[in-house]
Design a protein around this ligand. Structure first.
Ligand SMILES: C[C@@H](N)C(=O)N[C@H](C)C(=O)O
Length: 163
């Protein structure tokens, strides 16, 4: 994951970088987030936070280390690409700005294509959430999943930026 992100950052135009908000999470934190944020108002919408399942066959993606929440930086400053991080509105949908030409759409596309070139897939509901090797990745790329929930890690991956 780290190497892929470093390689992604290295392909960005000058003065752009990547800032990571969130990577691997323990089940306890996934449960806290799930309870704090709650279900979406629209009953047909996807969960805003993955259910805190301890079933090894359906781990929440962040428990596997295969999910990362991140944004672009400009001269070291993290950029809000149309919404804040974890702002659960329809504008957070990855494709929400596709019919609205402008700098934010350009930057969302830059983030998306930079990560896609390194093999990541994006979550449709969150422009900042990318996965590699997870169950979502497996479905979208038609390859077997490569990661599973890791209970051996005891510390969160610290926030870092690749400038
Ligand atoms: C809480 C949010 N940043 C997030 O990570 N949501 C996804 C759906 C998840 O919990 O895997």
């Amino acid at each position: 994951m780290l190497v892929r992100l470093q390689e992604a950052a290295a392909t960005l135009p000058p003065r752009f970088g990547l800032a990571v908000f969130d990577g691997w999470r323990p089940l306890t934190l996934q449960r806290e987030l799930f309870e704090a944020i709650g279900p979406p108002l629209d009953p047909n919408a996807e969960d805003l936070v993955a259910p805190p399942s301890d079933d090894p066959t359906e781990p929440p993606p962040h428990l596997t280390g295969g999910a990362v929440d991140l944004t672009l930086t400009w001269q070291g400053m993290p950029l809000a690409l149309g919404t804040a991080f974890d702002e659960f509105t329809s504008l957070a949908m990855t494709a929400a700005l596709e019919n609205l030409a402008g700098p934010v759409r350009t930057l969302r596309r830059l983030l998306y294509h930079t990560l896609r070139r390194q093999g990541f897939v994006v979550l449709a509901e969150e422009w900042w959430h990318f996965e590699f090797g997870t169950r979502l990745w497996s479905v979208l790329t038609d390859q077997p999943a490569r990661v599973r929930a890791d209970r051996t890690m005891t510390a969160l991956i610290p926030m870092r930026s690749f400038c």
